[in-house]
Design a protein around this ligand. Structure first.
Ligand code: DC
Length: 217
C-alpha cells in the first residue's frame, strides 16, 4: 500500500516547499499535483485549445504525455518547468482544473504514480478525493496577504518584478474559483490537521508536520 501523506491548501500556503523538504527527510516520493494541472494549461495555450469546447479538451488529453522527473516537468518530452509558472499559465490554470475530464485523467495518473510507494502529494483535493484514506492529511493555510507577499519574494528571487496588489488579487480570485467549483473543490478534509503558517517560518512548519509523520510511521 505504501505510506501516504496529503498536503492540501490554497495557493501560496507553502505546500510545495514543505512537501518537498518532508519528502527528502522521510524518503517519500514527492508529487506536485498543481504542476500537472499547469502542464495541461500550458499545453492548451500552446495548442490554442478552446476550453469551452469539451471535445477539444478531450482531444488534447488523449494525445498529450506528461512526465515528471527530479522536480522537472515535461509535456510531450519537452522540459516546461519554467513555462508552467508564468502568469499566463497561472491565469488560466483554475479554469483548466475545474474541467471534470481533466481531473479524472490527472487523478488516475496521481494514483498510478503513487501505487505501492511511500508518497507525499500536494494539491487541493488529495485528502478529499485522491487519497481519502491517506495516513496523514495536512491542510495548510495562511492569510492572503502573507501568501501574496511570499509569491512576490519568490518572483523577486527569480528576477521577476510583480506588484503586491496584482499578486494579491490573483490569489484571491484563484482561491474563490478553486473553492467554489463543482468538481473536487478546495476543501479541508474532515480528518485533516489544519496548520496556519501565517506566522511560522519554513523550519517551524516542517518541524510541526515531522512530529505528526513520526507518530504515524
Ligand atoms: O498549486 P498550484 O498553484 O501549482 O496549482 C495550480 C492550480 O491547479 C490551482 O489553481 C488549482 C489547481 N489544482 C487542483 O485543482 N487540484 C490539485 N490537486 C492541484 C492543483
Amino acid at each position: 500500500m505504501g505510506f501516504k501523506v496529503a498536503v492540501d491548501g490554497p495557493a501560496g500556503s507553502g505546500k510545495s516547499t514543505i512537501a518537498k523538504i518532508l519528502g527528502e527527510n522521510y524518503n517519500l516520493t514527492y508529487l506536485d499535483t498543481g504542476a500537472m494541472y499547469r502542464m495541461i494549461a500550458y499545453k492548451s495555450i500552446k495548442d490554442k485549445v478552446n476550453l469551452d469546447e469539451i471535445s477539444e479538451v478531450v482531444e488534447l488529453l488523449e494525445k498529450v504525455t506528461i512526465d515528471m522527473k527530479d522536480n522537472k516537468f515535461f509535456t510531450d518530452g519537452v522540459d516546461v518547468s519554467q513555462e508552467i509558472r508564468t502568469p499566463e499559465v497561472t491565469s488560466i490554470v483554475s479554469k483548466v482544473a475545474a474541467i471534470r475530464e481533466v481531473r479524472v485523467k490527472l487523478v488516475d495518473l496521481q494514483r498510478e504514480i503513487s501505487r505501492g510507494k511511500d508518497v507525499i502529494l500536494d494539491g487541493r483535493d488529495i485528502g478529499t478525493v485522491v487519497f481519502t484514506n491517506a495516513d496523514l492529511k495536512i491542510f495548510l493555510v495562511a492569510s492572503p496577504e502573507e501568501r501574496a507577499n511570499r509569491r512576490v519574494i519568490d518572483f523577486k528571487n527569480k528576477g521577476i518584478e510583480e506588484k503586491f496588489e496584482d499578486v494579491l488579487s490573483e490569489i484571491i480570485k484563484r482561491d474563490n474559483f478553486d473553492s467554489n467549483r463543482k468538481e473536487s473543490p478546495l476543501k479541508k478534509a474532515m480528518d485533516a490537521i489544519e496548520i496556519d503558517t501565517s506566522f511560522m517560518n519554513i523550519e517551524e512548519v516542517v518541524r510541526a508536520i515531522s512530529v505528526l509523520i513520526e507518530k504515524k510511521k
